[in-house]
Ligand binder design. Structure first.
Ligand SMILES: Cc1cc2nc3c(=O)[nH]c(=O)nc-3n(C[C@H](O)[C@H](O)[C@H](O)COP(=O)(O)OP(=O)(O)OC[C@H]3O[C@@H](n4cnc5c(N)ncnc54)[C@H](O)[C@@H]3O)c2cc1C
Length: 245
């Protein structure tokens, strides 16, 4: 997409939606990058009874309501996982799979990830560990790779890697994994067994991203009303930032 948004928001929950509504009131263009809705904390809530202005409803119903509100306000909704953020000449570039989006400012409202990193994951990220087969797969064409992850996206990525000639070792997400290597990752250890690989693709729903950060990702209490309030503050801070550019 060629458009440069005033604000790009990573996240799709209360914080992100609140930010969208305030930004739209201020006449800013914005895009929301968010994982599939069923991956959010909110989606899993059985019943929300303490959010002002709304009757009791399930997390799934509230998630759908937030999305509709953001869409109707005119935000461009992008479904996918933001895998990296890069500052460049006063702008921010955000990679979502193999697509790239540019914005003048960024709000990270990605909630919290409850998933722990595997030993070696952070150390070897970009050196034999990747979060995106579409982006990095070609680097390992014809080689042996591991795909760690469950669900549709992991299956799709594993199939893609096979289609470009990789030998793919498939692993479910849950398990005790360790990534080892030298300058580069070369071994995935699972259940005491060592697997020699050229790359480990880890397919997760959330990737932790560390400017303007509202919602659960700022810490406790993990509550919707707080997330929405902080989304509003982040949006106003983004407007101030844009005015000063
Ligand atoms: C079971 C359960 C019950 C709850 N009940 C209540 C309740 O009754 N009342 C209450 O006030 N609160 C409740 N909460 C807490 C509430 O859901 C959170 O406080 C609130 O959803 C936080 O909003 P948020 O916008 O900060 O983050 P989230 O709602 O977590 O939204 C973050 C979004 O960002 C997406 N995301 C993360 N990383 C990326 C990435 N790299 N790329 C793209 N998208 C990404 C996630 O998939 C998610 O959609 C409950 C939580 C749970 C788990």
């Amino acid at each position: 997409m060629d458009q440069i948004f005033d604000v790009l928001i990573i996240g799709g929950g209360a914080a992100a939606t609140s930010a969208v509504l305030t930004l739209k009131n201020r006449g800013k263009s914005c895009a929301v990058v968010s994982n599939r809705e069923e991956t959010s904390s909110l989606f899993k809530a059985e019943k929300i009874t303490n959010y002002p202005g709304l009757p009791p409803m399930t997390g799934a119903e509230m998630t759908a309501l937030f999305r509709r509100q953001a869409e109707e306000a005119g935000a461009v909704m992008i479904t996918g996982r933001a895998i990296s953020v890069m500052p460049m000449e006063g702008l921010f570039g955000v990679a979502v799979g193999s697509d790239y989006y540019m914005a003048k400012s960024l709000i990270i409202a990605a909630g919290i990830t409850r998933e722990k990193l595997y030993p070696g994951e952070a150390e070897y990220l970009g050196r034999g560990v990747s979060y995106c087969a579409t982006c990095d797969g070609m680097l390992y064409r014809g080689k042996t790779v591991a795909v760690v992850g469950g669900g549709e996206e992991a299956r799709h990525d594993a199939d893609f890697l096979e289609s470009i000639g990789c030998t793919v070792l498939r692993f479910e997400k849950n398990g005790r994994y360790e990534i080892r290597g030298g300058m580069k990752a070369d071994t995935l250890v699972f259940a005491g067994e060592e697997h020699k690989v050229d790359c480990v693709f880890i397919i997760k729903d959330t990737v932790s991203v560390t400017k303007l950060v509202p919602g659960d990702c700022t810490g406790k209490p993990y509550q919707l009303a707080k997330a929405a309030g902080e989304g509003n503050v982040a949006a106003l801070s983004a407007c101030d930032y844009l005015a000063g550019k």
